[in-house]
Design a protein. Structure first.
Length: 109
């Protein structure tokens, strides 16, 4: 019994270490024509790259020539997989980012 337990624990350790390999990263380009808020940050007009992965509760965004910045938020389940990537906004505030091909969306806090 003790011999088997060692193998189970070793298998569990390998599985735990490879969990990050299964994580997928989603990217979307965003072009803004006016000042827009995402979370507590204010984005100026321009072209941005949005990046999220399904293991973190944050959305990274950056404009060309700038460092990555993070936006905290929540990942929510949507009724069906998004056919196309979509950025929802309410006036000048981004409320949700959907990435093509998945049934989850990111909502900034």
């Amino acid at each position: 019994m003790r011999f088997r337990m060692k193998y189970y624990l070793a298998g569990l350790a390998v599985l735990t270490m490879t969990m990050s390999v299964w994580a997928r990263t989603y990217k979307e380009s965003l072009v803004l024509d006016k000042n827009t808020a995402i979370g507590s940050a204010q984005l100026k007009p321009g072209s941005y790259e949005l990046t999220a992965d399904d293991t973190k509760k944050e959305l990274k965004y950056h404009a060309e020539g700038q460092n990555h910045r993070d936006c905290a938020g929540a990942v929510v389940k949507i009724p069906q997989k998004a056919q196309v990537s979509l950025v929802d906004s309410d006036g000048d505030k981004i409320t949700q980012v959907q990435f093509s091909g998945i049934d989850q969306a990111f909502q900034p806090l």
